[in-house]
Design a protein around this ligand. Structure first.
Ligand SMILES: NC(=O)c1ccc[n+]([C@@H]2O[C@H](COP(=O)([O-])OP(=O)(O)OC[C@H]3O[C@@H](n4cnc5c(N)ncnc54)[C@H](OP(=O)(O)O)[C@@H]3O)[C@@H](O)[C@H]2O)c1
Length: 366
């Protein structure tokens, strides 16, 4: 389907204005359609994703009809469409793993959700880049309605990743410090804010850029203790920094290559490097001395696996989300810097999301 048709479809399907409400539309037609960003083969996202009309299945006893409200474009979404991610849905598939939706209608046996609730995906692979969907009740988690829309749309992956990494590897106390690269990423901004709320200092490494001072100021505004360029990690300036800040016990690596090795160099003896991303597409090299003389631990983290491991323990997932929502309400955790893009402009959003130095998350709004 071409964009113009897609736009017409979106106008026809979206609730509001003078259009028939969604429920009326579904009932009158006996079935429902939605606009979705679908891919039938792996490749360059801007080429292989198309806005198509997809038929929605009829509501079953335990399923839920939702209207998607907003969904981010994350690096993992891109990798999934490219076919280079650890989990790949069967094709054709709808892109997007994260987002927030509003429940429009629930099946007769649904007990945990009701019309009007806001929900986010429980697991990866749901396909969130669409105007509406029928999902199983179990595939959704409710989120409070008083959480800002963009915070809800970006809650389920990056802040959860940040929160787990700050809790599950080292017993960090107020006054301790953490070092991280890609500090301006969605995860990085969540790390800064969650750490600051706990009194943990952050040393934030970003790539140099013409607007470094502006970026540095923005990261400090949300709680960054120190913001340094990649090059600075190899300079004597770091000695000065450690005169007033303890050496970190935890290093968070989303980049790999030299950047990860430099993080290791600044860790305390016995500290931990957690790798959760590989934006530079280069392996992590660990100097032998880091293992022998500093006894550093080298670990990995994948929030999808954490959620799957804790799927039977509903309490731990809900508790984490409740803690994050409390921070959001207290003004201590906000969505990363975002650019909202109408769904039909998805190609530009995809291209922008793959550009370096943008420092803003593309959010598709439906
Ligand atoms: N393991 C997990 O559970 C988990 C969960 C969430 C995210 N992740 C991963 O975490 C990473 C960040 O995700 P996000 O959503 O927070 O990202 P994001 O908001 O889209 O930001 C991307 C970040 O990557 C940096 N970057 C891009 N290419 C780079 C390169 N070649 N070398 C160094 N830095 C580069 C960008 O820096 P510039 O501004 O300098 O371009 C930016 O800081 C991704 O790899 C993602 O897959 C993993």
């Amino acid at each position: 389907m071409e964009i113009s048709n897609c736009t017409r479809l979106l106008r026809r399907l979206l609730c509001g204005g003078k259009q028939a409400p969604w429920r009326t539309l579904c009932r009158r037609r006996g079935d429902c359609a939605a606009a979705a960003l679908l891919y039938r083969k792996h490749g360059d996202p801007a080429r292989v994703l198309r806005c198509e009309s997809v038929q929605l299945p009829r509501l079953q006893e335990r399923s839920v009809l939702v209207k998607m409200l907003a969904a981010p474009i994350n690096p993992a979404d891109i990798n999934m469409v490219q076919g280079v991610y650890a989990i790949l849905p069967d094709l054709p598939a709808v892109g997007g793993n994260e987002g927030v939706a509003q429940v429009l209608e629930v099946g007769s046996q649904v007990s945990s959700l009701k019309a009007g609730d806001r929900v986010i995906p429980r697991d990866a692979g749901l396909g969130t880049w669409r105007t509406a969907a029928v999902f199983g009740e179990d595939s959704l988690l409710p989120v409070p309605k008083d959480i800002p829309l963009l915070a809800a749309a970006t809650l389920g992956v990056n802040p959860c990743t940040a929160a787990r990494m700050l809790s599950d590897f080292e017993d960090l106390k107020a006054g301790d410090s953490v070092i991280q690269n890609a500090a301006n990423s969605g995860v990085g901004q969540a790390v800064i804010q969650i750490a600051a709320a706990r009194g943990i200092r952050t040393i934030n490494v970003v790539r140099d850029r013409p607007d470094f001072e502006q970026l540095s100021a923005r990261l400090r505004t949300i709680g960054a203790s120190h913001v340094v360029k990649e090059e600075t990690l190899r300079s004597p300036q770091m000695k000065d920094l450690f005169k007033t800040c303890p050496r970190p016990r935890l290093a968070l690596n989303a980049v790999g290559g030299k950047s990860a090795t430099e993080l290791l160099r600044h860790l305390q003896n016995g500290g931990t490097l957690v790798t959760y991303g590989g934006m530079a597409k280069q392996p992590v090299t660990v100097p032998v001395s880091a293992l022998i003389f500093k006894d550093l631990k080298v670990r990995g983290f994948w929030v999808t696996q954490w959620k799957r491991d804790h799927a039977q323990n509903e309490g731990s997932v809900n508790e984490m989300l409740a803690q994050l929502c409390a921070l959001i309400r207290e003004g201590k955790l906000s969505a990363p810097a975002c650019t909202e893009v109408p769904l039909q402009d998805f190609r530009e959003a995809l291209e922008r999301s793959m550009q370096p130095y943008t420092s803003t998350k593309q959010i598709l709004v439906m």
